[in-house]
Design a protein around this ligand. Structure first.
Ligand code: CA
Length: 329
């Protein structure tokens, strides 16, 4: 059995599986099957759309599952590969990390073909999917612990022209914000593999709190069509219009507010709003301490409140907020 039962040269719609052998206490010769779809209509650009890299980020998982059952292969140019639930064990567990080996798929790239299930999954993406694509869109949201103002994400590249193309593709999705970011763990992410190969890479943070809303779902549905048009797969006619977004940058560690104590988080500013440096964006409540008053939480920078903690309970060292500032203005 080949690792992916898709005929990459055949036109039309195919629904198959990415196969990963696995051996567990309850299933010695398991064949883990991760759904993969190919839409192909002749020669042309190839785009890889991924959801469920983290298993509790639902806009990509649900939006790509919907697209895989609605896209008309005769209406596109080139090839679109869709994997709605990439880290399937994590998705089925409603968890960020894989319950099989406890690993975080997006900290395992470029993967290891002889490693654990998650490491082998990363290696399969790198060897079998990324080389077929001209562009990769890995759809993330905040998961249970973070909640983002809907945004697409790009990294600045050494090649300024590639950065410009990535920004234009990210803008085309039509989220309220396009954000330039460099995560501390960027070298372990899928993005790094794709970017170093010179391919177009776009990611996103479309919501969070391990939930989904009509607003973020609608943005995902329409944004995917707009991105596919931008990348040359769909005609631009009849596309859902997008409001102009803003380009922001997360300037560095100073943009992050972390918790010093465990408490419940009282949000006081909506995500996506402007704040001045020092603005009280919320309070932390020490519900186990009769002697301790609530602690005001202040914006570490002036800018846009891009992200807040996604759950009511905050633990020491958690991210409480992330501020982004205008990019290239
Ligand atoms: Ca994520």
């Amino acid at each position: 059995m080949s690792a992916i039962d898709i005929d990459w040269d055949r036109d039309g719609r195919q629904a198959g599986y990415l196969h990963l052998p696995n051996s567990t206490n309850v299933s010695a010769w398991q064949d883990l099957r991760v759904p993969v779809y190919l839409f192909r209509n002749g020669e042309g650009p190839c785009t890889l759309l991924l959801g469920g890299n983290h298993g509790d980020e639902y806009e990509g998982i649900t939006g790509l599952s919907a697209l895989a059952h609605s896209l008309d292969p005769a209406g596109i140019t080139g090839s679109v590969i869709i994997v709605p639930a990439l880290n399937l064990p994590a998705v089925l567990a409603g968890a960020r990390l894989s319950p099989v080996d406890g690993r975080n798929l997006n900290r395992e790239f470029p993967g290891d073909p002889r490693g654990s299930l998650t490491q082998r999954l990363a290696a399969l993406v790198v060897s079998e999917l990324v080389p077929r694509a001209d562009a990769v869109y890995d759809i993330h949201s905040g998961g249970r612990s973070l909640l983002f103002a809907p945004c697409t994400l790009v990294h600045e590249q050494a090649d300024g022209e590639l950065t410009r193309r990535c920004l234009a593709a990210a803008d085309s999705f039509g989220a309220p914000f396009t954000v330039v970011i460099r995560e501390p763990h960027a070298g372990q992410m899928l993005d790094d593999v794709v970017e170093r190969s010179g391919r177009l890479m776009v990611s996103s943070e479309l919501g969070g709190s391990a939930a989904i809303s009509p607003g973020t779902m609608g943005l995902t549905r329409d944004g995917l069509l707009r991105l596919l048009a931008h990348l040359g797969h769909l005609s631009a006619a009849d596309l859902p219009p997008a409001a102009p977004g803003r380009r922001l940058v997360v300037p560095g560690p100073q943009a992050y507010l972390h918790a010093d104590d465990l408490g419940t988080y009282e949000p006081m500013v909506e995500i996506g709003r402007s704040v001045a440096e020092g603005t009280v964006i919320g309070r932390l409540h020490f519900v186990d301490r009769a002697d301790r008053a609530p602690q005001p939480l202040r914006a570490p920078l002036g800018g846009i409140l891009l992200c807040v903690h996604g759950q009511g309970l905050v633990r020491r060292d958690d991210v409480i907020a992330v501020i982004a500032v205008p990019y290239g203005e």
